[in-house]
Design a protein around this ligand. Structure first.
Ligand code: NAP
Length: 313
């Protein structure tokens, strides 16, 4: 039997608690050995450190880290982790800029450690079946609607409104991580309209028109002000019918008929991510797909910025 990979979790916020700790505890591949937290939070009596340098200076033996901080502060933490020879799991988005993630990937290659730019939405249960169904279709039109209530899903997360925090592209990049996985051809930003509250640095809503390499129109509607039912839908019109991926990639319908997934496919996003992280560590490779981040960067590059009503949480 292979020994579990000794893992430290860095940044003990919402996603660390909601998803990472349960997925680590439920699986056999990883053993939590420490946490790193500015507010000094221990888990299950394990050692904790205020920053990654203190962890590196300690005698705790670590093989890998999962970085769950906001993107703006992730690069330097990841750099320290990789320099220490630790396999590194980056929460999404993998960084605040493209260049820093490329540099981390190169550093990981140089140091012989595995870097994982995780995209949790790709592990939703209906994403791979949607990709398979679309593989040989003629795709005519794609509509992405990703509207959620920021007050419900991101309470008190000031970093999301700051430069490098992505605003509504924090969830929007999840939609793009699915779209870049299921659509057979690449696509490019043509126009983008970004609505930025007058007291924030990041958009609260955005409308983006992309064009696929074969001319397919792809539109994306993002909004952080959605109350009531939430929308995390991708609709793909093809020569053989209309595919809809709903609920963030977990429900698939073709022409309105739900395609139920076999029980073994119902593994959950974060258990799937940790399985993948273990697999790339054991294979001695990295998994860094930048395509969702590249599209977001392009939307900011090509986007028209509109000042809208201030956001008061
Ligand atoms: P969060 O609740 O704000 O937690 C982030 C944690 O990072 C903080 O609790 C803090 O923990 C640490 N941190 C270190 N430096 C920080 C700084 N300068 N400013 C703020 N926090 C800092 O955020 P989150 O929702 O967990 O999101 C973290 C990352 O996970 C983001 O990239 C996000 O896109 C991604 N993610 C979030 C969700 C979700 O549903 N919330 C889902 C999937 C992915 P300490 O005080 O312990 O240092």
């Amino acid at each position: 039997m292979t020994a579990p990979i000794r893992l430290a979790v860095v940044g003990m916020g919402k996603i660390a608690h909601d998803q990472h700790l349960p997925a680590i505890a439920a699986g056999k591949s990883f053993e939590l050995v420490a946490t790193v937290s500015r507010h000094g939070e221990a888990v299950d009596g394990k050692p904790f450190f205020n920053n990654i340098d203190e962890l590196a200076a300690s005698d705790v033996e670590v093989d890998a880290v999962a970085l769950c901080t906001p993107p703006q502060v992730r690069r330097t933490i990841a750099e320290t982790a990789i320099e220490n020879g630790w396999h590194t799991f980056l929460e999404k988005p993998p960084g605040a800029t493209l260049a820093e993630v490329v540099a981390l990937r190169d550093l990981a290659d140089e140091k012989g450690v595995s870097l994982f730019a995780s995209w949790h939405s790709r592990y939703a249960e209906a994403v791979e079946p949607a990709r398979d169904w679309l593989a040989n279709r003629d795709i005519r039109k794609v509509t992405i609607i990703w509207r959620e209530d920021v007050r419900v899903w991101h309470p008190g997360q000031h970093w999301i409104w700051e430069p490098g925090g992505f605003g509504v592209f924090d969830p929007g990049i999840n939609a793009l991580s699915i779209a870049t996985r299921i659509l057979p051809d690449p696509f490019f930003v043509e126009t983008a309209d970004l609505d930025v509250p007058s007291n924030c640095a990041a958009p609260i809503a955005a409308r983006i028109d992309f064009r696929g390499a074969k001319g397919t129109p792809i539109s994306m509607d993002l909004d952080f002000r959605q109350e009531g039912p939430q929308s995390w839908d991708i609709i793909v019109e093809t020569d053989a019918g209309t595919l809809k991926l709903a609920k963030g990639g977990s429900v698939l319908t073709i022409d309105g008929n739900e395609q139920r997934q076999p029980a073994e496919a119902l593994h959950g996003e974060y258990p799937g991510l940790y399985r993948r992280f273990a697999a790339i560590i054991r294979a001695g490779v990295s998994d860094v797909d930048l395509s969702p981040l590249r599209l977001v960067a392009d939307a900011f590059l090509r986007g028209k910025h509109n000042s809208v009503e201030e956001f008061i949480e």
